[in-house]
Design a protein around this ligand. Sequence first.
Ligand code: ATP
Ligand code: MG
Length: 278
Amino acid sequence: MSAKINEDCQLQQKQQQATPGKASSPNIPKEHPRYKAMMIRENIIKGCETKVVAPAGLIAQGRGEAFDYLIGEKTANFALDAIKAAACAFLLAEHPVISVNGNVAQIAAEDLVKLSKESGALLEINLFYRTPGREEAILKVLKEAGAETVLGLSEKSAVIKELASDRRIVDPDGIFKADMVFVPLEDGDRTEALVKLGKRVVTVDLNPLSRTPNCAHVSIIDNITRVLPLLTAQIKKYKKKKKQKLKKIYDGYSNKKILRDSLVFISKRLVKLSKGIC
Ligand code: ATP
Ligand code: MG
């Protein structure tokens, strides 16, 4: 492991020499061991400049990165099991909706559009921080990624009474009447409110201790950028199955077990890594 840290430092030095005073320059060498993660970070920072990402989104990104480190920046088996249950939830729903926030739009717009097209679920922009121009900036990103219909911006709005924040405002044709809502990188209050309203809730969150994965019905503990292509492929595969079979897979899924498995995985991994430090 120390060799890996040295390698990281050498690359960082090389990069700083190339661009003095700009340690976080987007000129990240491709051979950097954490290239993908660093590119996502740069992308989130760019999103802040265009208003797509709220300043608090930077903190969410940092927390996500920390947990991604702990799971080894790879999709683990507990996430693959949750992806299967999530695919069933999409296909069993009468009116599935994908809730889009700034971070998700910034780092995964194209994959969100692909998921929406494959699953038939509608895209709805739903923000915690509704500063002027933000919804429009996110709409632009989604449209550029190929989205046709995007909900959440019409004059018409419905309210989730259980919530105090701006997230209580939802689209009457979207989340308000949805029977399944996909809420990646969501906060706990809203997830709880959606569950209380009787909706089936599927989330993606790198932090298995966060409230959202603990109250959702299906929690995919993994990075959204890795999850979306896998989920879309799983939906495509499961489309051939009968509803009865999908229901059986969904009913056999236990979110509590998945959360337990993720914590056990992280603890075992940390013990293993601790043995490598000398
Ligand atoms: P809660 O209220 O549920 O405890 P929170 O306040 O911890 O949530 P929020 O900022 O509301 O968290 O939501 C962001 C969540 O998304 C965090 O748990 C963070 O770990 C996670 N996250 C950030 N980036 C990613 C990513 N790329 N992929 C998956 N999860 C991510
Ligand atoms: Mg929160």
